[in-house]
Design a protein around this ligand. Structure first.
Ligand SMILES: C[S@@+](CC[C@H](N)C(=O)[O-])C[C@H]1O[C@@H](n2cnc3c(N)ncnc32)[C@H](O)[C@@H]1O
Length: 212
């Protein structure tokens, strides 16, 4: 079993106590259909090293595998969609790095097992790019990014909505976390249909990092 506490200091400073795997699975089971829908969006505002996000990604990838294992292109696009649907915030930079790496490794391992080869460098870069944008080092209470001392910066937390639009092209729309939360609760989602986006980009799913 993974350790639930790294140090007393971290518990005192940041309330860092990781959830045990059994509880994570039981809680995910409460929303089972959503954890198995490839594009359903999850946001964890105190994600730690990603205990919940990793469990949800595993479940989604199992569905992608079952449905699309016979076509590398379809597998790629749908597994990327699964990764792009997961969002996290943590105030500690090492947790954020660990969470991104954990989700990346989960995705890469399954890709190799399904497609029987490593994926292209472009594809690796796209997945890493999504994780850099979706898993954010910030303060979920003030909705600001934080510096290396966990102090708020002037930079707002920004989340990207990813959506396949035509064929292999993905549209990325950026919204501030504050904007998403200010929407009517009934419409609270990252779908952005009612929100004001900061920026929109469109490009091929294997070249996501090229638009900055
Ligand atoms: C109780 S742990 C839970 C971690 C993970 N969700 C889990 O269940 O295993 C709380 C996490 O929240 C982070 N945290 C504490 N204050 C925060 C804040 N204001 N904004 C974002 N993250 C915060 C801590 O660094 C820690 O990783």
């Amino acid at each position: 079993m993974n350790k639930q506490v790294k140090s007393r200091q971290r518990v005192a400073d940041h309330g860092e106590v990781f959830t045990a795997e059994r509880e994570v699975k039981a809680m995910c089971d409460l929303v089972l259909p959503e954890t198995q829908r490839i594009d359903s969006r999850f946001l964890e505002p105190a994600c730690g090293d990603g205990n919940f996000l990793a469990e949800v990604l595993s479940r989604k990838l199992a569905v992608v595998r079952k449905k699309y294992r016979r076509s590398t292109i379809d597998y790629e696009m749908n597994s990327l969609l699964a990764v792009s649907s997961l969002y996290g915030v943590d105030i500690l930079a090492d947790n954020v790095a660990a969470c991104r790496e954990r989700l990346y490794k989960l995705w890469a391992k399954q890709y190799k097992s399904v497609c029987k080869s490593e994926c292209s460098d472009d594809m690796h870069r796209s997945i890493r790019f999504i994780l850099e944008r979706n898993i954010v080092c910030g303060n979920a209470l003030t909705l600001c990014c934080v510096d290396e001392n966990c102090n708020d910066t002037d930079e707002p937390i920004v989340f990207s909505e990813w959506a396949f639009i035509t064929g292999a092209n993905i549209q990325r729309s950026d919204y501030t976390f504050a904007e998403l939360l200010s929407q009517d609760e009934a419409q609270l989602s990252i779908s952005g249909s009612e929100g004001t986006f900061l920026q929109k980009y469109i490009c091929h799913y294997r070249r996501l990092g090229e638009n900055g």
